[in-house]
Structure formats: C-alpha cells, structure tokens
Design a protein around this ligand. Structure first.
Ligand code: UD1
Ligand code: CA
Length: 420
C-alpha cells in the first residue's frame, strides 16, 4: 500500500533566455502563468500535497501560486538535484511516491502523470521517468539503455560522448520516485560534471548501482513535454494549447470555422451546434449555450454567460454580461456588467456606460426589448420588458415595461441655411 503521493515542482531557476524583468515561470501562457499550469497539472492528477521549490524572484512566483502549495527555498541555483534536496524537510520520514516536475514544462496532461504513477506502483519501480523520442534531441538529457532495454543512466547534453549524442530518446524532466530511496540517492549526487551542478538525473544511475528497479514511460504526444525557455517557445506552446482546446470543443459538437484564428482560453463551456466565426477570443470561465453564433471578430471576456440561440456578431465586446435566450447582439457593441433578457435586439453601436472612472455599475434589460442603434445606456440603469429605445438615445433613467424611451434632441432643419 502506498501511503503518500506528493509532488515537487522545481521553480527556482532563472530563465535568462526569456529576456524579461520577470521570472520566466510567471510569464503567461495563454492567459495563465507557466508555473501555475505546472502546479494545476499535478492537482488535476489528484495530488494534494505539492511543494514548489522557489528561489530566483521567489516573491513573484509565490504571489502567483499563493497557498495552493508549500514552499521550499533554494537560494543558490546549484542544479535540479540540489533543488529537490531543498524539499527534504517535507519528504523526511514519509513513505510513498513523489512526482518531480520541471516548472517550465506546462502542457503535461494529468492522465500522463497518472500513467507514470500507476506504472511506478504496479511495476514496483523506485524511479519512473517520462521520456520521448525526438528527431532533434539537442539540449535534452539522453536516455542510455543497456542491451536488455533497461535504463542505465541519463546523460546531459554537455556530458555526452559523440555516440550518446546520437540517442534520440530524451528525458522529459518529469519523474516519479519512491520517496525514501530518492532521499537516500540524493545524498550521493555530486557536481562532478560539465556544468558543475547537482543533477537530479544522476539519481537513476545511483539507484541502478544499488540494484533498485527503475523504468520509463514513453510519452505518446511529444507536445506534452515541451519546455519554455524563450519567447519563441512561448508562442509555440500557445499554439499547441490553442489547438488542444479548440479540438476538444469540436469533438463536443462546436463548429469552429478557423481553428488557427480562434482563441478560446481554458475552462470555457460551449454548447452543441454553436458556431464560432474567425478572430473570436473567449476568455476563461465563459459559458455559452447551444445554437449560438459568435463572431467574426468578437471578444467575449470574463464573467459572460450566454443562454441558447444567442447571436454575438462582429466587433462586439462583452464583459460580465448575462444574455438571455434568443437575444441578438449583432454588431459594433460594447456590453459590460449587464443582464439582458430573452429575445432582445441590441442595435448597432449600443454601449453600456458602465464605468464612471471610479466604479463599475450595472445595466439591466428585460425580455423582448428593442434597443435602437447607437444607444448609450448610462449605468446604473434598468430597462423593463417589451420596451423600445429610440435610436441615438442616451438613457440615464430607468425605463418601465412597454414604454418607448426617446432621449435625444429633436432635429431642427434650418431652411436655406447653407446657401448663405
Ligand atoms: C533538465 C534535465 C534534462 C531534461 C530537461 C527537460 C537535469 C540535470 N536535466 O535539463 O535531462 O532533458 O530538463 O526539460 O535535471 N531548477 C531549479 N533549481 C536549479 C536548477 C533548475 O529550480 O538549481 C528548475 C528550473 O527553474 C526549471 C527546472 O528546474 O523549472 C529544470 O531546469 P533547467 O535548468 O531548465 O534544466 P534543463 O537544462 O532544461
Ligand atoms: Ca529547461
């Protein structure tokens, strides 16, 4: 029986190639910090006891992770083995398994972490690594296997012999260890290598020498283990994530006309038969019903909830908007902090004036109301059911049910004026 399942996320490194004033681990990847994604992957795999090893710009990293993890501190960056030793006080005296994750590898699937855990438990392995086969393995640690296919060691790029350089199987930087044997092996790691660092990867050879069984899981989807070191990789992983999310929605019955130009962030719900036109951005937490039509060029921001059969057209931005069934918001509209009822029509150019420079205020619109083009709704304001707002109105007062509201100056025609 395994009693503990813990995780360590290594998040102390500097990341100089990002060329940033911030730690690379707090750079946002598709709206969420890289290190937060790494921690959430462990959480989604069911791990509750997570330790982040922080060092370089630790305040920043800790501000992002908050109390979702415990912290260990690495003041000098002496390598990944050294980083894990810093979490020793949390591991001491415990039995079970610990997942060790690189903080800069954010796209690992929780199912893959579980596979690693399961294999390590079933096969009674003291170390189980995640590996991948790369056409271009440059920069990664190589997996050295013996004739029987057993892993002998991991050799870092800078320490490889010419023949080891040819090895295409690489170390993903994601591991599952037996807690007690990991601690014991870490005691034996030395910095006798090209970089003068304490390598976590040396633990494998140390365990092998002790006769402890080790093994590996080869990842099926190579994109899961991509690391982020610079802005180019940041963009690359953004594309991978975008495609992963879009594919999931399509599998669930959503039509996406142009997957390359549709930006749906994590944790968005979209109902069946909804169509998303190009250049649409939908932020995290948004809920969209069935048979809706969104875009092109729509921006659906945080806090929006759309019922079924809603139409959001081109150049429309909505934020914290609850929109009722069958309502149309067709073009050039801003709706923020509002509740709109069923089967309304919001005319072109309508905006909610929700911000007075200090506070955000709310606009409420009842069912079956018609908001004429170019209306300003100065919040807080409530528009009743079945109302009609004349085009060009600036509405500052509530409008009762069934009313027609006109709030603009009457037109004056000065005859012959332009002849003078
Ligand atoms: C590491 C592996 C390599 C693997 C690769 C996969 C080692 C020795 N090598 O190399 O085999 O192929 O990941 O991506 O582990 N960190 C600390 N403290 C340190 C050093 C690093 O917290 O003192 C953190 C970094 O912030 C990062 C992670 O550990 O999140 C990995 O460190 P990095 O320097 O990127 O290791 P790689 O050279 O990529
Ligand atoms: Ca790395």
């Amino acid at each position: 029986m395994e009693d503990n399942i813990m995780a360590i996320v290594m998040a102390a490194g500097k990341g100089t190639r990002m060329k940033s004033k911030k730690s690379k681990l707090v750079q946002k990847l598709f709206g969420k910090e890289i290190v937060k994604r790494a921690v959430e992957n462990a959480e989604k795999a069911g791990v509750k006891d997570i330790i982040a090893v922080v060092g370089y710009m630790k305040e920043e990293v800790m501000a992002v992770l908050g109390d979702s993890v415990k912290y260990a501190y690495q003041d000098e960056m002496l390598g990944t083995g050294h980083a894990v030793i810093k979490a020793k006080e949390y591991l001491k005296g415990k039995k079970g398994k610990v997942l060790v994750l690189n903080g800069d590898v954010p796209l690992i699937r929780p199912e893959t972490l579980n596979k690693l855990l399961e294999k390590s438990i079933e096969n009674k392995e003291y170390a189980t690594l995640l590996t991948a086969i790369y056409d271009n393995p440059t920069g990664y640690g190589r997996i050295v296997r013996d004739e029987g296919g057993n892993i002998e060691a991991i050799v870092e790029e800078k320490d490889t012999t010419p023949s080891q350089k040819e090895i295409k199987e690489i170390n993903a930087g994601i591991y599952c260890f037996d807690i007690e044997e990991l601690l014991s092996a870490l005691e034996k790691v030395t910095p006798n290598n090209a970089q003068g660092e304490y390598y976590l990867t040396d633990v494998i050879q140390i365990m092998n020498e002790k006769g402890l069984k080790t093994g590996a899981v080869i990842v099926e989807d190579n994109t899961e283990i991509l690391g982020i070191n610079d802005r180019i990789q940041l963009e690359m992983l953004t594309k991978v994530l975008q495609m992963r999310i879009n594919t999931e929605h399509m599998k669930n019955g959503v039509t996406i006309e142009d997957v390359n130009n549709t930006y749906i962030y994590d944790e968005v719900e979209i109902g069946m038969d909804t169509v998303i036109h190009p250049n649409t951005t939908i932020k995290s937490g948004v809920v969209i019903g069935e048979d809706c039509e969104i875009g092109p060029n729509a921006y659906i921001r945080e806090g929006c909830k759309l019922a079924n059969k809603v139409k959001i057209g081109n150049f429309v931005e909505i934020k914290k908007a609850l929109i009722g069934e069958g309502t149309k918001v067709p073009h050039f509209i801003y709706l923020g902090d509002c509740e709109v009822g069923e089967k309304c029509n919001i005319g072109c150019g309508t905006i909610t004036c929700n911000y007075d420079g200090f506070h955000k205020s709310k606009t409420i619109i009842g069912n079956h109301s018609f908001i004429g083009s170019n209306t300003n709704l100065v919040a807080p304001v409530t528009i009743g059911d079945e109302t009609f707002i004349a085009a060009g109105s600036t509405i500052t007062e509530d409008v009762p049910d069934y009313a027609l509201a006109i709030a603009r100056q009457r037109q004056i025609n000065k005859e012959e004026w332009n002849k003078k």
